[in-house]
Design a protein around this ligand. Structure first.
Ligand code: HEC
Length: 138
């Protein structure tokens, strides 16, 4: 009879260890099983919120930053945003003037952007005036 008490004790020990969460400060874990994949579900309201709890990540940068003001901005908006947002421009590190020239040519020659020559020149000048290491302000 006595050895059954031992087994109970071992089971209790395993249960106690399993209760311990692995991340410091973690109060709740998500469950991403096959059953929840692809479902559009409202998140449950947090009912046991604690001031010291770890619940969320920081804000996601989901906005598209405004392009710098200046001559040529409207040309960029009308010709370059046909295929992708202007975030493709603003997310680049400051690029040398020659790289912007090559970039605009690449959009036209490689990706087939329909941009008249004079507009392409003004767009290149705009990018060089605002997005090089020397000229980029924001
Ligand atoms: C015909 C469609 C199209 C147009 C118009 C277009 N692009 Fe792109 N652009 C692309 C594609 C496709 C990519 C590559 C996307 C990827 O890799 O995910 C790209 C990528 C970029 C990138 C990221 C760097 C790179 O080379 O992949 C920049 C910067 C960029 N474009 C700037 C511009 C600018 C400036 C204009 C206007 C002159 C422009 N794009 C117009 C299709 C276009």
């Amino acid at each position: 009879m006595k050895r059954y008490y031992w087994m109970l004790l071992v089971l209790l020990g395993v249960w106690v260890v399993a209760q311990d969460s692995s991340l410091p400060g973690l109060k709740e874990e998500g469950n991403y099983t096959q059953g929840t994949l692809g479902q559009v579900l409202q998140p449950l309201p947090v009912t046991n919120a604690q001031p010291d709890g770890v619940y969320s990540v920081g804000a996601w940068p989901q906005y598209t930053p405004e392009l710098a003001d200046g001559p040529g901005k409207e040309l960029v908006q009308s010709y370059c945003q046909v295929c992708h947002s202007s975030t493709y421009i603003t997310m680049q590190p400051p690029l040398p003037a020659a790289t912007w020239d090559a970039e605009v040519q690449k959009m036209i020659k490689t990706f087939g952007a329909q941009i008249p020559d004079d507009a392409a020149q003004q767009i290149t000048a705009y990018l060089q005036a605002h997005y090089t290491p020397e000229t980029r302000k924001q």
